[in-house]
Design a protein around this ligand. Structure first.
Ligand code: FE
Length: 183
């Protein structure tokens, strides 16, 4: 006789709970979340120059995990770099198109890609592409090499942070502008 009202009280509680924020504290060691408003920035100073016609925009510089997420923007045609990946890379093309000399596919806006550990490839932006922007998540490092695999340089999350600090100090945003992306 009393089962019907009890049931409806329970349903009401479940409904209320479904709209309720999580009530407990996050783990004390959890990092702070990031929302990057306008990932493709209006302010040109946010783009960090890397070489002629080549910029990156930091989104997450994960020092404690050794990886970074950034937008790569290329406004020149031809070879961008030849590099090896010791760890996986994930990419999502937002604008333009590009390809690797070592593969027969072309990455176009809207395409997603996976670069497995052990890949060495040479990034090319073809004639007729004014601008390419690709979201890359790069684990561990980019190891720059010659065609025979001899190392000519490298980048990791720490060199990325350093480049950002230097550029943001020089352009007036302030060296600590980069801190919001560092975890
Ligand atoms: Fe790559």
């Amino acid at each position: 006789m009393s089962t019907v009202p009890e049931r409806s009280v329970l349903d009401q509680r479940e409904l209320d709970d479904s709209r309720m924020p999580y009530q407990l504290p996050f783990p004390p060691d959890a990092a702070e979340e990031i929302l990057v408003g306008g990932a493709i920035p209006e302010d040109e100073r946010v783009w960090v120059p890397q070489a002629e016609g080549l910029h990156f925009r930091p989104l997450l510089l994960h020092a404690s995990q050794g990886y970074w997420c950034n937008l790569l923007r290329v406004r020149r045609t031809g070879i961008v770099s030849r590099h090896r990946h010791p760890m996986p890379v994930f990419g999502y093309v937002l604008r333009g198109s590009w390809h690797y000399l070592e593969h027969d596919w072309v990455a176009n806006a809207g395409d997603w890609l996976y670069e497995p550990p052990g890949e060495t490839h040479t990034l090319v932006v073809p004639e007729g592409v004014d601008e390419m922007i690709t979201l890359f998540t790069v684990n561990a490092a980019m190891v720059y090499v010659d065609p025979w695999g001899k190392t000519t340089g490298f980048e990791d999350v720490f060199t990325k942070i350093e480049m950002c600090r230097k550029h943001y100090a020089e352009c007036g945003l302030g060296a600590d502008y980069v801190d919001q992306f560092v975890r």
